[in-house]
Write a protein that binds this ligand. Sequence first.
Ligand SMILES: NC(=O)c1ccc[n+]([C@@H]2O[C@H](COP(=O)([O-])OP(=O)(O)OC[C@H]3O[C@@H](n4cnc5c(N)ncnc54)[C@H](O)[C@@H]3O)[C@@H](O)[C@H]2O)c1
Length: 333
Amino acid sequence: MKVLIAGGAGFIGSTVALACSDAGITPVILDSLVTGRAEFAEGYAFYPGDITDGPLIDKIFAEHSDIYAVIHAAALIVVPESVADPIMYYRANVTGSLEFAAHLIRNNCTRLIFSSSAAIYQANDDLTVDEDSPLNPQSPYARTKAMCETMFADIAAATPLRVLSLRYFNPIGADPEMRTGLQVPNPSHALGKIIQAISERTVFHVTGTDYPTRDGSGIRDYIHVWDLATAHVAALERFDVVVGSTQAVLNIGTGRGTTVRELVTAVSRVTGTPVAAADAPARPGDVVGAYTRNDRARRMLDWEPRFGIEDGIRDSLRWAGVRAGKLGDQQLS
Ligand SMILES: NC(=O)c1ccc[n+]([C@@H]2O[C@H](COP(=O)([O-])OP(=O)(O)OC[C@H]3O[C@@H](n4cnc5c(N)ncnc54)[C@H](O)[C@@H]3O)[C@@H](O)[C@H]2O)c1
């Protein structure tokens, strides 16, 4: 089986490519390298370029007429940047995905897996969500994901393109064999900030301590990126059964909520050293968070997350130690 991965040189796309490759599925990579790394595309058929580039996509399908499905993980993903420059985000993520869909349909593609986000949900009072929960995306970035899903549903209803939207929760960790991981040295999510505080010997700030959670700090569903990647392998293998004739949506999380304070404790356990932490007010845009009621993906994909939160922390820490050397690149900030 061959799969085209748009965004395959990014954090998630490159891990999905490895999981596919390890499972005997051949990845073909399309990536503009706007945030991705050419190193992550090494060893694959790699087409540098944009998802809106019609002639390039025609060329990919001409050279790989046996592409079975497309995974669309190409997007801009930084929430504050989307607040500052919504036009760039709507153009890249919404207009770009619309153009991409048209190019795929012209090339007779019938299977598309779309990287969506749990950030589009309105959580229940118990802070859980399932695929039928109401949507209430809180940032321009999250709204681009919700808009793409709506757009793809309309397109799937009217064309042979069928779409599976995977709503990811909060990926952490790296490829367990350390072949890929996050490209950026200082990720802005809580685990990234904790690791940064450890390495800079500063205090980690728990931002937001009066949320309606068991300890007042925000809650997330951290999923090891390798588990996220293997969900794509399962989704490829079961696409026709899961999606049927139009479209489907699945949450990809663990079903476990971890608060920021619990994350701090888990990191302390993994490193064997207490993390220095202090309470701080919520930052603009911070949200309480949510975790999945996960049954549908497990059932439909016959897939289980294998890794726990401490595995994800351990692999994030290991990757932080090898990243610069792997990417031959100290100057990224
Ligand atoms: N990382 C997360 O926490 C998270 C959570 C939920 C959903 N997602 C979704 O998963 C997908 C992958 O995210 P990621 O964390 O790997 O981000 P990333 O920035 O590491 O990867 C995105 C990749 O897409 C490429 N790209 C971006 N725009 C492109 C374009 N127009 N044409 C071709 N290539 C383009 C980039 O160069 C990069 O390699 C995104 O769609 C994102 O919205 C990510």
